[in-house]
Design a protein around this ligand. Structure first.
Ligand code: PEP
Ligand code: MN
Length: 337
């Protein structure tokens, strides 16, 4: 349910409703709109009726929220949420691109990539220090050494650092270095991890699970939001289908569908979807045309020799060309980049 307060409701009346909602065993999440306060009531609403709250003074109306994802829903918050990404942001009229290698391989390659993507117009530097690998014998990342290089690259360029956290135990360590904590596709339903990142004050980049449906994706975001962290960015990175000519299938329709269902920013990862460098730019252009708020792109100074995900990585000049070509599409749909 959401409790919509009257425009002239006093702080005392809002506080009273917050206590009433808690007494009913629900947890209140305050959304401060421009004109009025809205309180989302989260919890098991079974056996609770809107009338129990509608009688409160200062309450305009109480409406049930149909979506199971309450805090994430546009029904509760019609205006777009702008989420910080280091000194920049995602979710406003200006699009943002996060770029960098799949994994941090060395200090030199990371710094070279960071300077190049910054120069081309990126707002964030990606790079995994902890990699969730399907194969237990594959390279798992440089761990804390890699986080140190990422922090150094931020110092050198001012780019926001986006890096993956693969387990709840690692959250405090990764949060010490990163501006944005990435929850990867394989962890989208790791509920302990979602709750742990929800208790931090970092921005969270949540990737769609390879086999997760639309509601499961939004409910995963809701896990984070329900812990009090409102800085969530959704990332469509492609889903598993019968197709073999791409690594995953990019469901372009999910971008406008997500944007309609939630106020959170939605970005696209064309690199993991395609698995092939030649498809990265066209998918990026399609995603922006479809309303994406940004992109996350794998970029490597020498894709042929990349330790992970070389075939889908753009080299530095190709990334600069992608930014220029996406800028034109952004302008065509009334955004800037
Ligand atoms: C990645 O970003 O390198 C990654 C492993 O992505 P995903 O979780 O989408 O597979
Ligand atoms: Mn990768």
């Amino acid at each position: 349910m959401i409790v919509i307060m009257k425009q002239n409701a006093t702080q005392d009346q809002v506080d009273h409703m917050i206590r009433r909602i808690r007494d009913l065993g629900l947890s209140p999440h305050i959304i401060q709109g421009t004109a009025r306060v809205v309180i989302a009531c989260v919890g098991d609403e079974h056996l609770k009726s809107p009338e129990q709250l509608a009688v409160g003074t200062g309450v305009d109306k109480v409406i049930p929220v149909l979506a199971r994802y309450k805090i994430a829903s546009r029904e509760v918050k019609p205006e777009a949420t702008v989420v910080p990404v280091g000194p920049g942001s995602l979710g406003g009229p200006r699009l943002g691109i996060i770029a960098g290698p799949c994994t941090v391989e060395s200090r030199t390659m990371l710094l070279e990539t960071a300077h190049a993507v910054k120069e081309a117009g990126a707002i964030g530097l990606r790079g995994g220090a902890f990699k969730p690998r399907t194969d237990p014998y594959a390279f798992q990342g440089l761990a804390e050494e890699g986080l140190g290089y990422l922090a150094e690259a931020r110092e050198a360029t001012g780019l926001a650092i986006v890096t993956e956290v693969v387990s709840s135990e690692q959250v405090p360590l990764v949060a010490r270095y990163a501006d944005v904590l990435q929850v990867g596709a394989r962890n989208m339903q790791n509920f302990a991890l979602l709750s742990a990142v929800g208790r931090t004050d970092r921005t969270i980049l949540l990737k769609r699970g390879l086999s997760a449906d639309f509601d499961e994706f939004l409910l995963a975001a809701e896990y984070i939001l329900s812990q009090g962290n409102s800085r969530v960015i959704l990332c469509e990175r492609g889903i598993r289908t019968f197709e073999q000519y791409v690594r995953f299938t990019m469901p372009i329709a999910s971008i406008p569908a997500l944007k309609a269902a939630t106020h959170l920013p939605v970005i696209c990862d064309p690199s993991h979807a395609a698995g092939r460098a030649d498809l990265v730019e066209p998918i990026s252009r399609a995603a922006i045309a479809a309303g994406a708020d940004g992109l996350i792109i794998e970029v490597h100074p020498d894709p042929e020799n990349a330790r992970i995900d070389g075939p889908q990585s753009l080299d530095l000049p190709a990334f600069a060309r992608l930014v220029d070509s996406c800028r034109k599409v952004a302008e065509a749909v009334g955004r800037t980049l």
